[in-house]
Design a protein around this ligand. Structure first.
Ligand SMILES: NC(=O)c1ccc[n+]([C@@H]2O[C@H](COP(=O)([O-])OP(=O)(O)OC[C@H]3O[C@@H](n4cnc5c(N)ncnc54)[C@H](OP(=O)(O)O)[C@@H]3O)[C@@H](O)[C@H]2O)c1
Length: 334
């Protein structure tokens, strides 16, 4: 066999292995490389003060549990104080922290006038903020023309303006210390787009643009990291709290979540991104991961796929508007 043929066969083999790996991947390739070869959260996050918004359920709650196993100081924020107290109790039962290491701080992201005082309260409690995790947020599911303007206003005020306001309050402190991380839990719908999510997509695209643009203003502060973390469907209460055509109407149920990523896996990958200072990470399984890549690198090809999927999603939604999501597109988890 000639050398040329051998090299071609090796190249083909490497390509097939990469394709097989990609078909099973649950994060973008930089993130999975960081998981394999990068820095460990257990080392990088030790002794940090970490403020998590939206810590009363779903991804934020699981973040609190995984962080409580490390040596950190935690600030837990959301509106429902009793839920935050429940999360704190579980952190103390199962984690390595003591009562003084966890500060429950009620916060309404939409009440931007309270953010300055909340930031001061955290600084008074722990003396510094190393990491802000902008996680609190909400979604909606409804067709644009059937959706009241109050839903658009709500999602822009909460997902975008609320997050932006808290970021602006915490940033001067990080600039003073020339270090810190602002981790924003965005969504793959902040990278690509889908029907029935116009308000959510708009708020998350705006947020991604804000964080990316802000990062470009901070190049003289290499110690400050701004990350957009973009999960796909993840098990949480997001559907239960999801708005529909009006701000007074929610889906009210989570339905079947078996096709979604397990929350603990998503959160582990968020911690890996945090430890490795990734500017952006996509945390999702196939076929969402492939669609995100296509949207980023070949938008026309992505549109061809989204058109087909979009028609199917709308027709399923019309048949059974309370429980349908991207389920038709995903196999059930074993
Ligand atoms: N699950 C997914 O499939 C998925 C996918 C991509 C991105 N995400 C993003 O992940 C983040 C967390 O969502 P989740 O899936 O964990 O949903 P979730 O279980 O519904 O949690 C949402 C959290 O946001 C808080 N929140 C809602 N409105 C708030 C307000 N006005 N002020 C302060 N906190 C508020 C809620 O707490 P209170 O009600 O107590 O205030 C709750 O802790 C969101 O930004 C979401 O967009 C989720």
């Amino acid at each position: 066999m000639s050398w040329e043929l051998l090299l071609a066969l090796l190249g083909l083999l490497a390509f097939v292995v990469l394709l097989l790996y990609f078909s099973r991947a649950d994060g973008d390739l930089t993130l999975l490389w960081a998981e394999w070869q990068g820095r460990r959260p257990e080392r990088e996050l030790t002794n940090k003060v970490i403020w998590v918004t939206g810590a009363s359920s779903g991804i934020g709650e699981e973040l609190a549990y995984q962080l409580s196993k490390l040596e950190v100081s935690l600030v837990l924020s959301a509106r429902r104080v009793h839920e935050l107290e429940r999360v704190k109790r579980k952190c103390l039962e199962n984690g390595n922290l003591k009562g003084k290491d966890i500060f429950v701080l009620p916060l309404d992201l939409k009440d931007v006038s309270s953010h300055e005082a909340a930031t001061k309260a955290v600084l008074q409690e722990f003396g510094k903020i190393d990491i802000l995790v902008n996680n609190g947020g909400r979604s909606h599911r409804s067709l644009c023309l059937e959706t009241n303007m109050n839903v658009y206003r709500e999602l822009i005020e909460l997902n975008y303006l609320g997050t932006m306001s808290l970021t602006k309050c915490v940033l001067p402190h990080m600039i003073e210390r020339k270090q810190g991380k602002i981790i924003t839990i965005n969504s793959i719908l902040g990278v690509f787009y889908a029907p029935l999510s116009t308000a959510y997509c708009a708020s998350k695209h705006a947020l991604r643009g804000f964080i990316n643009s802000l990062r470009s203003e901070l190049t003289t502060y290499p110690g400050i990291v701004l990350s957009n973390i973009c999960p796909g469907p993840v098990q949480s209460d997001i559907e239960k709290n999801c708005l529909t055509t009006d701000i007074t109407k929610t889906l009210g149920t989570n339905g079947d979540q078996s096709f979604k990523m397990v929350t603990s896996r998503c959160v582990r990958l968020i911690l890996i991104s945090m430890a490795n200072d990734l500017n952006e990470a996509w945390i999702t399984e196939q076929p969402f991961l492939l669609t995100t890549y296509l949207c980023q690198y070949t938008p026309s090809l992505a549109w061809w796929i989204i058109k087909i999927i979009g028609k199917k999603r709308i027709s399923n939604f019309k048949k059974n508007s309370n429980t349908d999501d991207f389920r038709f597109w995903k196999r059930k988890r074993d």
